[in-house]
Design a protein around this ligand. Structure first.
Ligand code: NAD
Ligand code: IPM
Ligand code: MN
Length: 347
């Protein structure tokens, strides 16, 4: 039987219950479709850091490289480990080391979910650059603790990096409704963002069948609220994409619904699938985390692994569940109840 080997990193807080939920659903889907998902759990997390002094072992990346995909919950427990330590010790190095340059985040309402806009007609695919830009990590601090202290964090945009994310976004637009919104801030950032706009125009000439519009990120933030139906594929830099996808999550009913895939489109290294949300310390022990974002991310993993029929069945089961009013309102249904409803819809 076909076997896919999956590295599971639950991480911190609600990363645990939502990955447990997703894994149960994925196992049920695999059984129905006649393939095997073999999971190996890595305990890497802030708790692991407290025990060992590292978020993951020195050979963590090489360990992960052997797997067909990575399923991740959430990383971060700021009360005990500074976020800049935990995220730079685990999540961000995986995205960079495996060249997972396309962070794909769908924003649409599942059946029965109303969302704050009371507006059902949008279907947005955000494509976030995931390896460079504002998250490049170039910079430093000097004269620390003095009045002369300086902090520099330089965003890095390379032609290769910008071109490959834009090409990926053009291809997504072609496969969908043929519209691409490219997001920058080239009125204020006259080097990197003007560069991004130039490459957008160069590629637009190669894709006459795709309707391309450039937006400033501030205007895009407003448009996602006031006219989300006007958007199809939205492509943005790492930081702008981060912010816009929490906004996308909000309009689709909340972070509990926002899924993501960190793709290595060349398939030269594993891709990673995780909900957009974090560890949610405020609700971590209450049993009310919405597992839908993690389950949806799991469906994206199945699709990436070539198990499209199983992925479609998981998405249909999510739609059945929310269509029956289960899991639609944050905090109303418990994690276990939502998971049980998805499992029953699947069978
Ligand atoms: P968060 O996403 O954890 O939480 C924001 C708000 O949304 C909270 O009120 C939370 O209760 C709610 N929420 C999030 N997911 C939910 C779900 N599935 N069901 C119901 N409610 C949900 O963001 P934060 O509070 O800024 O960050 C907490 C920690 O997580 C920090 O350490 C942060 O750095 C980290 N973080 C990690 C990731 C990741 O691993 N990919 C993403 C975002 C934040
Ligand atoms: C996300 C998260 C991460 C990011 C953080 C935790 C570093 O917010 O996946 O959206 O900014 O990429
Ligand atoms: Mn984010």
């Amino acid at each position: 039987m076909k076997t896919h080997n999956i590295a599971i990193i639950k991480g911190d807080g609600i990363g645990h219950p939502v990955v447990d939920a997703a894994w149960q659903v994925l196992q049920a889907a695999a059984k129905q479709s006649g393939f095997v998902l073999a999971g190996t759990e890595m305990p890497w997390s802030c708790a692991h850091y407290k025990e060992t002094g590292v978020m993951m072992p020195a050979d963590g990346i090489e360990t992960l490289r052997k797997y067909d995909a990575i399923l991740l919950g959430a990383v971060g427990w700021p009360a005990e480990v500074p976020d800049a330590v935990s995220l730079h010790g685990l999540l961000l190095p995986i995205r960079k080391a495996f060249d997972q340059y396309a962070n794909v985040r769908p924003h649409r309402l599942l059946p029965g979910v109303e969302g704050p806009l009371r507006h059902g007609g949008f279907d947005i695919l955000c494509i976030r650059e995931n390896t460079e830009g504002e998250y490049a990590g170039a910079g430093g601090r000097v004269h620390q603790g003095t009045a002369q202290e300086v902090a520099v964090e330089t965003a890095i945009f390379t032609r290769m990096g910008v071109e490959r994310i834009l090409r990926f976004a053009f291809a997504q637009a072609r496969a969908r409704r043929g519209k691409l919104a490219s997001v920058t801030k080239s009125n204020a950032q006259k080097h990197s963002m003007v560069f991004w706009d130039e490459i957008t125009r160069q590629l637009a000439a190669e894709h006459p069948d795709v309707e391309v519009t450039s937006y400033h990120v501030d205007a895009m933030a407003a448009r996602m609220v006031t006219a989300p139906e006007s958007l199809d594929v939205v492509v943005a830099s790492n930081l702008f994409g981060d912010i816009l996808t929490d906004l996308g999550a909000a309009i689709q009913g909340g972070l509990g619904f926002a899924a993501s895939a960190n793709l290595n489109p060349d398939r030269k290294a594993p891709s990673m699938f995780e909900p957009v949300h974090g560890s949610a310390p405020d609700i971590a022990h209450l049993g009310i985390a919405n597992p839908i974002a993690a389950i949806w991310s799991g469906a994206m993993m199945l699709e990436h692994l070539g198990e499209k029929a199983a992925a479609d069945r998981v998405m249909a089961a999510l739609g059945d569940t929310t269509g029956r009013g289960i899991g639609t309102v944050p905090g109303k249904d418990r994690t276990d109840a939502i998971t049980a409803a998805v499992l029953s819809a699947l069978s």
